[in-house]
Design a protein around this ligand. Structure first.
Ligand code: F6R
Length: 242
């Protein structure tokens, strides 16, 4: 595990985008594993800037996203499809046919998950997986559990995650209760993993995940075993780590 300590969110976003840009430069048809949430927004802004300046070409890049709410149509502004289009896909020259998310509108969970795993497999796996860190240590929607889920599966969101996400919805009742998420096994199979973490509110879980025991109770902790894991975190998030 390598740690890149940054001054703040902006600095974290810039450095994470530099790392991702390097992946794209080295392999123009790479498979980027992408995340939603507040942590990667600045990273996406920096990638867009590199594209606008003519320094980054997404024309042959392929992407798979970590997760999607079950039951939210793509047109819903809280769907992860909508998020990705707003924050990245519509702002760079990526071919939309090469972008993939789990199909949240597929009611048959088994079918949705199998189809998504087949897509990831057909692309030859993920070259670089971008992650954020949930307050309970979740990655994707892999919540604390007594085992690590390997492949794409349907999850019931925990109360903590529902609470954390309610700020994006009109009311807590509108927050979906289920989601499809890539499994921890698929994340661990990515050739490189970059996690962006910012803020004092993440300091405790960051310490627990990366300086405590590896356990499915803290799903992110398994990244300690990843051979090419880069944690890009700001001073506030690293404030409890010596
Ligand atoms: C998003 C995702 C989640 C978030 C996590 C942190 O696709 O899979 O695991 O990365 O909930 O969210 P933020 O960045 O909003 O703190």
């Amino acid at each position: 595990m390598r740690i890149i300590r940054t001054k703040n969110y902006d600095d974290m976003s810039k450095k994470a985008a530099d790392l991702i840009a390097a992946v794209v430069l080295l392999k123009p048809n790479c498979v980027l594993g992408l995340a939603t949430g507040s942590s990667p927004i600045g990273t996406y802004n920096n990638l867009v800037q590199k594209y606008e300046e003519g320094n980054l070409d997404f024309s042959t890049v392929r992407s798979v996203n970590l997760d999607e709410y079950k039951g939210l149509p793509r047109t819903n502004d809280q769907s992860y499809y909508y998020f990705m289009h707003k924050n990245l896909f519509s702002r760079v020259n990526i071919n939309l046919d090469n972008t993939h998310l789990p199909n949240g509108m597929e009611p048959d969970s088994d079918k949705a998950c199998k189809e998504y795993d087949a897509v990831i497999k057909s692309m030859g796996g993920v070259d670089m997986q971008l992650l954020g860190l949930g307050h309970d240590g979740h990655i994707g929607f892999n919540e604390p559990n007594n085992e690590f889920d390997k492949t794409t599966h349907c999850v019931n969101l925990t109360q903590m995650t529902i609470e954390a996400n309610k700020r994006f919805f009109a009311s807590i009742d509108d927050v979906p209760r289920q989601a499809y998420t890539m499994g921890v096994g698929t994340i661990m199979d990515a050739k490189m993993v970059i996690m962006v973490v910012s803020g004092k509110d993440k300091a405790e879980i960051l310490k627990k995940a990366f300086f405590g025991p590896v356990t499915p109770e803290v799903p992110a902790s398994i990244l300690q075993f990843h051979p090419n894991f880069v944690l890009v975190a700001d001073e506030d998030a690293l404030s409890l780590v010596k």
